[in-house]
Write a protein that binds this ligand. Structure first.
Ligand code: FAD
Ligand code: AMP
Length: 472
């Protein structure tokens, strides 16, 4: 029986990073992964590289180029004629990027001497992992000193509809359309629904988004959610709040969707329907019951702050444990666990994990919202700065949005930074650094920001905490 210091189950951004760090620290490492790519071949990288972060960003960029050339170039004095859309080429470009990255991870495994065990991993008593190859070959059982579970998450579905990846699709299917649907329905105005809805809307689909909750983007800052809703509606997304989908049927013409809102029952027909009602932790087939691994009532593997499960030497990281389902959160947990196994005292600061919603403009934040602080009865003051007052935003014609900096009323420590605007996903990094170093709003206000840049809006919002903004 082969023996390893560390056996990781799951090759997404949580698992593969944990494996690389374990190997860097001199531990013999194997990683079990069962993912089969679109080309029918095994691929590392999990949801993120194969069907999540990366392919969605590839399409996002393509759709933004198309939208710009058709709608934004004219005011710059650039006349574009005969612009045509070639969706299959767009999809091929996306697939190429995915292949480059997944092969890149395989290359990193070789470089770090990590053994990739292709197949389905399940836990066995006595710190063993059984690996059943996807091609049906004989299962191999390996012995581990430490096991890291990183089995990720899978899309949630609704009881009265079945995903056929043709007309009713989940997020994976929504990355594979070969033509732009005329009418596209999206169930769920969450991170994934808004991102994918925006992609197809920019490419020309009429997009209807149905969201069960009355509040739009309840987890984001209220002022930003309000402005984002207004902007997305202006862009043409037909967003219905308080609209709970009950049923969807594939018919000759498309998909008939039944939903209920405060006014009663409604029905409409779309060509395709994207179900984006969230994701659930993936523990199926892990054999958790036999080894007595504790899974909580929401389906997550229960862990402490160091990602230790109830079984000594078995850890769990990424989407399969509580916390935001974000790739970078899982990767950092992977690094922490590898380092703790190697005897280091590493921890992850879950309070400074940045969130990004890749609409256009983007929404990004770190830390707490005003609503959450009010609930905690914590006193704060905040400064906001609208993008329309930024010279760079004006030059770029990207004047939608704002930056908000929230700081403790007494200590001035930054408690949250919320951004809606072009390049928010990049701008948020400054706020993460500031919060990681327990900076005050004044610290941020004292830092020189290059002119003209979008980052000046962060500076001005920090100045605004003390009513000192200069350009508003
Ligand atoms: P996963 O990436 O889900 O990987 C788990 C891996 O384990 C998979 O390869 C799976 O096949 C394998 N596996 C599971 N069980 C077993 C088993 N028993 N044996 C062997 N292998 C197994 N996050 C961001 O941070 N930024 C984004 O921009 C972003 N965009 C997204 C867009 C979309 C459309 C989607 C769907 C998700 C997006 N996410 C994004 C979320 C991100 O993809 C996840 O948070 C991330 O992939 C979680 O990483 P993970 O390693 O925990 O699990
Ligand atoms: P996220 O978890 O960010 O991907 O968001 C998923 C969204 O789907 C949440 O905002 C849910 O409120 C929404 N949702 C879940 N079930 C339904 C439903 N039956 N109809 C409409 N929206 C739903």
């Amino acid at each position: 029986m082969r023996e390893f210091d560390v056996v990781v189950i799951g090759g997404g951004p949580a698992g593969y990073v944990a494996a690389i760090r374990s190997a860097q620290l001199g531990m013999s490492t194997a990683l079990v992964d069962e993912y089969i790519g679109k080309d029918g071949k095994p691929a590392l990288g999990g949801t993120c590289l194969n069907a999540g972060c990366i392919p969605s960003k590839a399409l996002l960029d393509s759709s933004e180029h198309y939208h710009r050339v058709r709608n934004k170039f004219a005011s710059h004095g650039i006349k574009a004629q005969g612009v045509e859309l070639d969706v299959p080429t767009m999809i091929k470009r996306k697939d190429k990027i995915v292949a480059t990255l997944t092969k890149g991870v395989a290359g990193l495994f070789k470089k770090n001497n990590i053994t990739w065990l292709q197949g389905h991993g399940s836990l066995q008593l006595g710190m063993k992992v059984s690996v059943a190859p996807t091609n049906g070959g004989e299962a191999e059982v390996v012995q581990a000193k430490h096991i890291i579970i990183a089995t990720g998450s899978v899309p949630r579905t609704l009881p009265n509809l079945s995903i056929d990846q043709e007309k009713i699709v989940d997020s994976t299917g929504a990355l594979e359309f070969t033509e732009v649907p005329k009418r596209l329905g999206v169930i769920g105005a969450g991170v994934i629904g808004l991102e994918l809805g925006s992609v197809w809307s920019r490419l020309g689909a009429e997009v209807v988004v149905l969201e069960a909750m009355d509040e739009f983007l309840a987890m984001t800052d209220e002022a930003i959610a309000k402005e984002a809703l207004k902007e997305f509606k202006r862009q043409g997304l037909d967003i219905h709040l308080g609209a709970r989908v009950k049923n969807a049927d594939v018919t000759g013409e498309g998909v008939t969707v039944d939903y209920e809102d405060a006014d009663g029952a409604h029905q409409f027909t779309v060509d395709k329907l994207v179900v984006a009602v969230g994701r659930k932790p993936h523990t199926e087939g892990l054999n958790s019951t036999e080894v007595d691994l504790y899974i909580d009532e929401s389906g997550y593997i229960h862990v402490d702050e160091y990602c230790c499960t109830n079984i000594p030497d078995i850890y769990a990281i990424g989407d399969v444990v509580q916390g935001p389902m974000l790739a970078h959160k899982g990767s950092e947990e992977g690094v922490m666990v590898a380092e703790r196994i190697a005897g280091k005292k590493t921890r992850v600061n879950h309070d400074t994990i940045p969130w990004v919603i890749y609409t256009w403009p983007e929404i990004a934040w770190v830390g707490k919202t005003e609503k959450a602080l009010k609930k905690e009865a914590r006193e704060f003051q905040s400064g906001t700065f609208p993008m329309r007052a930024s010279g760079r935003a004006l030059a770029m014609e990207e004047t939608v949005g704002l930056v908000k900096v929230i700081a403790d009323a007494k200590t001035d420590e930054i408690l949250g930074v919320h951004i809606f605007g072009a390049a928010a996903s990049e701008l948020i990094a400054e706020a993460v650094v500031a919060m990681e170093y327990n900076a005050s709003a004044e610290d941020l206000a004292c830092i020189v920001h290059a002119h003209p840049t979008m980052s000046e809006a962060v500076h001005e919002a920090a100045l605004g905490v003390h009513k000192r903004s200069l350009h508003i």
